[in-house]
Design a protein around this ligand. Structure first.
Ligand SMILES: [Zn+2]
Length: 446
């Protein structure tokens, strides 16, 4: 065995011992967050648990980044690549879940609470002096707010008061410069497959969000509908138009358009004059996202024209498509095999959901792994964490071990990945693209 290999093995064993020694605290923090869910940009309590733990490690974290984010960094004495290990702080809102907050309906039905646990596990392992001193470069531990794209109105208010520009946590982290000098990013998400697996993901759809308002003219719905302009009929027709365009979406683009009507009318006796919709337009590439978006806009305007209504279309940037780094995933597989065994690896196929980890994956090599220790449908009342040890301890060890492999031996593995990475966008180009999606258009169909 050569020298650098034995140094890496020693660093891993030392990191694993530190994680094991603190395992009950790490699992308790994850359970504490599970029991006290907070949705995006409101995670003050969870954020405090993170900063308290990092403070106890002597890491002096930066707090209140993008309102609730926390970042701590450990540095080796040798220069080298900078790795970010991330965990998401936010819950969803599903009031039917058994652990939902009675006041807010918040519930951790995507299991982000375990991400905080495995992030802190990686932090306790990697910040052990015997570990970091044997590596090069630096590692940042980032607890990031608001991955779920929900409560748009609340976030728009934060935006208008200047507290945010973008509506998702990692987008804000990028805007605020937290990723400017980061070379590689890692994250582990829960997955309801009820299996002893830690599987890197492949890719995700990106997403554009739209708020739509059809304005018509009210009139007596029974006595004089001919005097009105029915905004609900315009919305219905728009949904038909979108449905009829589905045959033009290519299979490989994985397009998903899912509209809802958020206000359908005020009183049944009056022709609806004010009807609002929200929709996500998802696809696997930016080109396909824009193509589908153009078709959706045509359907909205066409419907307004047919009915003689007016339509206001407000478009916001959602998330970029995710494309996770295959070389990085292979390095992670090695750690998973060492920690759990051969059967624990694999690949999560393309997912048609979206995440702001996609935004990160456009800029730097990124990996999002899925820990199989959960059950039930995600984002539903059924979702449960079934294996805390796998999600927090093993997943934390796999992240720490991957960081060690990347930064041992003068960062040879990390440097190879960074060199071969072809980024889709630079950070300024990314910010410009994101800002370019935001606009409001008024179309008068009468
Ligand atoms: Zn999630």
């Amino acid at each position: 065995m050569n020298d650098s290999k034995s140094i890496a093995i020693h660093a891993k064993n030392t990191a694993f011992n530190s994680i094991d020694a603190d395992s009950s605290t790490l699992i308790n923090i994850s359970k504490n967050i599970w029991n006290n869910p907070e949705s995006g940009f409101r995670e003050y309590r969870s954020s405090k648990l993170v900063s308290d733990y990092l403070n106890n490690l002597g890491l002096q974290p930066q707090v209140e980044i993008a309102l609730t984010g926390v970042v701590a960094k450990v540095k080796s004495s040798k220069p080298g690549p900078h790795i970010a290990i991330m965990g998401e702080l936010d819950s969803l809102i599903v009031p039917e879940h058994r652990k939902a907050d009675p006041a807010t309906g918040a519930a951790h039905v995507c299991g982000h609470n375990i991400q905080v646990g495995n992030l802190l596990a990686a932090a306790v392992g990697l910040s052990t002096p015997e570990v970091i001193d044997n590596l090069c470069g630096s590692i940042s531990f980032m607890a990031v707010p608001a991955e779920e794209y929900i409560e748009i109105e609340y976030r728009e208010q934060l935006r208008q008061s200047g507290k945010l520009e973008f509506l998702a946590g990692k987008q804000e982290f990028i805007r605020l410069g937290l990723l400017d000098d980061v070379d590689i990013a890692l994250l582990t998400h829960a997955s309801p497959t009820n299996s002893q697996t830690l599987m890197p993901g492949t890719s995700h759809n990106g997403m554009i969000a739209k708020k739509v308002r059809f304005r018509g003219r009210s009139a007596h719905a029974g006595g004089a509908p001919h005097l009105g302009v029915n905004a609900l009929n315009a919305a219905n027709l728009a949904m038909q138009g979108i449905a009829l365009l589905r045959e033009t979406f290519k299979d490989e683009d994985h397009v998903r358009v899912h509209p809802i009507i958020t206000r359908g009318g005020a009183a049944v006796s009056s022709v609806p004059a004010n009807v609002t919709m929200e929709m996500f337009i998802r696809a696997a590439t930016i080109t396909a996202m824009k193509d589908a978006e153009n078709k959706v806009d045509r359907a909205l305007k066409g419907a307004a024209m047919t009915i003689g209504a007016e339509v206001e279309i407000s478009t916001s940037p959602g998330y970029m498509p995710s494309l996770f780094n295959p070389e990085l995933s292979k390095i992670y597989d090695r750690s998973v095999t060492e920690i759990i065994g051969n059967d624990a690896t694999g690949r999560m196929p393309h997912r048609t959901s979206s995440t702001d980890m996609g935004d990160v994956s456009m800029l730097i090599p990124a990996m999002q792994s899925y820990a199989g220790g959960a059950s039930g449908r995600t984002h539903s009342d059924e979702f449960e964490i079934t294996d805390w040890n796998l999600n927090v301890i093993d997943a934390g060890k796999a992240l720490a071990s991957t960081a060690i492999d990347l930064l041992a031996d003068d960062g040879l593995e990390a440097k190879k990945i960074i060199e071969n990475f072809k980024h889709s966008l630079s950070i300024p180009e990314y910010l410009e693209t994101l800002r370019g999606f935001r606009r409001t258009e008024l179309w008068n169909g009468n």
